[in-house]
Design a protein around this ligand. Sequence first.
Ligand code: AMP
Ligand code: MG
Length: 339
Amino acid sequence: METRVEVADFEDWRELAGEAVELLQAGELVALPTETVYGLAADALNEEAVAKVFEVKGRPSFDPLIVHLGSWRDIRKVAEVPAEIEDSVRELTQEFWPGPLTLVLPKKENVSDAVTAGLPTVAVRVSAHEVMREVAKKLGPIAAPSANLFGKISPTSASAVVAELGGAIPLIIDGGACRDGLESTIIKIEPGEKKPLITVLRPGPVTREDLRKFGTVKKARPSKDQEVEVPGQTPSHYAPRAKVVILAKDQDFEPEAGVKYALLTYRGDSKWEEAHEWVAQEALSPGSGKLAEAGVRLFHLLRKLDDAEPEVILVESLTETGVGVAMMDRLRRAASEER
Ligand code: AMP
Ligand code: MG
């Protein structure tokens, strides 16, 4: 199949969005930009189209998809909002939508098991990218996982989507580099004693600190909760071809003879830059050391380093505050050898 890549310009992005809607209505898949990573979109209410998403990505059927909505008013098209958390849902969506926060809510019957991997719940969000939102407004709910092959690095640019899915889908809309560059934060809300209980099922651009105003924030327990409630969070994910090894800040680097190494550090001023002939080296936030910038560039730089074909990519461990929590989550999965 020939894959067209069309740039969403100021003048014609609505027209392009209209083309995407037509393809989606015909049961095809289209890669769309979002503020997190590029999404592989399908009509969420068309089971055959949803099945294609799993096929094209090589994604196992136990990994549920996130459903994108055109606006918060559309929540009830696919989900129930239980009365006991209604206020929280309103406050959280008012604050963070459109944006990178995904809510897990009881699903409506029209959402098939293919989308939710058989779960009684559905994950929903409204993207801050106008192209994705426009398409969802015109088409209705859109199922859209990241537009990469299963287990690989998420694409944060149209060219990364071409590298992953070129030839497999008819259209990629190029909406520029993704603003956040990391997948959305996924939460579950429960009524609590004094304050609502917010469980972070996947850390992302909306941080624990951001959520604290809205309830008691807790992390999903990796062993128990995650198996049942975040079925897609396989230990190994976001993986480049090279092996990823995380270096603690005070760790010494001892190269193995004959092995090709690449290096990814936070600011580019670590003790390792000059310590070795790296086949490639990059810094997440050169000089200034800003976590948000580092987050935007993480997947892009992992992909770039991988293209230099090292056997091992060494990554400097990041401080786990703010969006650093999400970055270390992705890096640990990239480094995991558990399949
Ligand atoms: P993505 O690959 O970014 O589309 O994100 C999909 C991820 O969202 C899955 O791997 C799950 O971890 C999570 N997810 C989707 N639906 C649900 C759900 N109903 N309950 C809990 N987690 C979900
Ligand atoms: Mg993904």
